[in-house]
Design a protein around this ligand. Structure first.
Ligand code: HEM
Length: 512
């Protein structure tokens, strides 16, 4: 019997085309979301998003802003996806009663599927977060703050003093400092000390250009690629590191990071005795303790690795970005820097006797400046996608069918002119007044998200922010070196990816 190859290929291609055309037609004309407005291409296919994010490299948050201006407070952004813009809708999606699953295509792209961050279901995440929670409770953070303030186990000075001494040395050498990288090195050294009782010594690398910090920065756009092209991600993660780096140089940094963490997990698993010698409990002390698992098995090494990577990514750029954005605006308003310093000096008169976190928390002006920095940095800028349960839900007064992917970017709350008038201005006064209609504005500060999947590291983050803001203000008189607030440009890649000028400043030490 004759077999016609070209005929067979043509039949396969034609069938593929037909199936996809039927799917497009279904998405546009019959899909349960057809009554929601949005771009036709978005309703038809998920490739629309791929085009926007990968090919056009536009920030999805900017695109969403345009779409909401055109279509109203709910927009269909994919065949099965809705985005909401009215601040009230945020609480309908992210609240303690909503135990909705995370959406797969975004959360799988990080390669952290078996971590507190990456588990898709509430049940799995809760089990893991319950194990880790004692390390991240407020009580634990208050107790362990000395790691940042006094003396890290791996060094002769505290982490924050180390940052101050490197900045001082640079100033003495007549150099300004890249605070974008400096803050990231500080947060990286803090998270590795906190989670692993080890330091990357990122702050010691010349010009704060620590390879891991750079690799993590470069990983942001890579994750977007991975989100849209899952087979590419699977290929990179499955190749031996040397081959992966050759095959895809743009993801080499991430591969290096995977090698370092993989080695760390291997060593801990091979020598669990070492955990008893750790100067303080670390994530492996909890994760490898059978008694801490509430009846579940101890995580496998792959899961330990993914948890470690999740901690590093969750805890480094987020705090670093908040510090960077806060100081950019504070240095842009010299009178504000002086006002903040005066307040910090009230509780920190002697340079050699820094106050603790609990004392700093009571300072109203400093607290307002940190809240305003969190607002403007917005934490994770991507809409955090969740799956509506089968029973459906009402979101922002819209009835949404079960199985729909829904999300809302924090930017739509934090930059809402109704809640935060003149949202593009860094105005700490808004946190010192009475809020909206006498109600505290705190309910609208959603940087750490809300509900069962909100940030595990919130207490650590606040502690780091108070200590770093206070130290920088008390120990340095700072001036911008060539950057203005207009130079701050970013694109949404889950976290904001800052592709413009870095915050660079002269940091002149204050003598006493
Ligand atoms: C200013 C600093 C921070 C901000 C703005 C922030 C923000 C967030 C947000 C918005 C989420 C929710 C993500 C999602 O739904 O997918 C989250 C989750 C998480 N954060 Fe943070 N974070 C910060 C610092 C930290 C720190 C220092 C850690 C410590 C390791 C941390 C660990 C985590 C973890 C493990 C999750 C996953 C929780 C879950 O999925 O249930 N974060 N964070």
């Amino acid at each position: 019997m004759d077999f016609n190859i070209s005929g067979a290929v043509a039949t396969v291609l034609l069938s593929w085309l037909l199936v996809n055309l039927c799917r497009l037609a279904y998405n546009i004309f019959l899909h349960p979301l057809k009554r929601f407005r949005g771009p036709l291409c978005a309703a038809a296919t998920t490739w629309w998003k791929t085009y926007i994010e990968v090919y056009a490299q536009r920030s999805m948050t900017d695109v969403l802003e345009d779409l909401h201006a055109r279509y109203g407070d709910v927009v269909r952004t994919g065949p099965n996806e809705l985005h909401f813009s009215h601040p009230a809708a945020y609480n309908d999606i992210y609240n303690s009663a909503a135990r909705w699953d995370k959406e797969e295509s975004l959360y799988r792209c990080f390669g952290e599927d078996r971590s507190s961050f990456g588990f898709l279901t509430y049940i799995e995440a809760k089990q893991r977060k319950d194990v880790l929670q004692p390390l991240f409770s407020r009580r634990a953070i208050v107790k362990i703050q000395s790691l940042i303030r006094e003396k890290a186990s791996t060094s002769d000075s505290s982490i924050i003093d180390h940052l101050a001494s490197v900045l001082t040395a640079r100033d003495a050498a007549g150099k300004s400092s890249d605070l974008f990288f400096a803050f990231r090195c500080f947060t990286l050294d803090t998270i590795t000390e906190f989670c692993f009782a080890t330091s990357i010594d990122a702050m010691d690398v010349p010009d704060f250009k620590a390879p891991i910090v750079q690799a993590m920065e470069a990983a942001n756009p890579t994750f977007v690629l991975f989100k849209h092209f899952a087979p590419f991600r699977k290929l990179i993660f499955s190749l031996p590191p040397s081959l992966a780096m050759k095959f895809s140089p743009e993801t080499a940094g991430l591969t290096q990071l995977r090698v370092i963490l993989g080695q760390q997990v291997k060593e801990v698993c091979a020598n669990q005795e070492s955990l008893t010698k750790s100067p303080h409990p670390i994530i492996y002390s909890r994760l490898l303790d059978p008694a801490a698992q509430n009846g579940y098995p101890v995580p496998v090494p792959g899961s330990l690795y993914e948890e470690a990577q999740a901690m590093m990514f969750a805890g480094t750029d987020t705090v670093g970005n908040t510090l960077m954005i806060g100081f950019l605006h504070i240095l842009d308003q010299p009178a504000l820097q002086v006002r903040l310093r005066e307040e910090v000096c009230q509780v920190w008169p002697e340079l050699s006797q820094p106050p603790d976190f609990q004392t700093l928390e009571k300072l109203p002006i400093l607290t307002a400046a940190i809240k305003e920095s969190l607002r403007m940095a917005s934490g994770v800028t991507t809409p955090l996608p969740r799956i509506v349960p089968p029973s459906g839900a009402t979101i922002g007064n819209h009835s949404v069918p079960g199985g729909t992917i829904v999300g809302m970017s924090s930017v739509f709350v934090h930059y809402s002119a109704e809640i935060f008038p003149e949202p593009n201005s860094f105005d700490i006064g808004r946190w010192l007044g009475k809020g909206v209609e006498g109600k505290s504005l705190d309910q609208w500060l959603i940087s750490f998200s809300r509900g069962p999947r909100s940030c595990l590291g919130i207490n650590l983050a606040w502690c780091e922010l108070y200590l770093a803001f206070a130290t920088m203000l008390r120990r340095f008189d700072m001036k911008l070196d060539g950057m203005t607030t207009k130079d701050l440009v970013w694109r949404d890649t889950f976290l904001p990816y800052f592709y413009g000028k870095h915050l660079t400043a002269w940091c002149e030490p204050i003598a006493k």
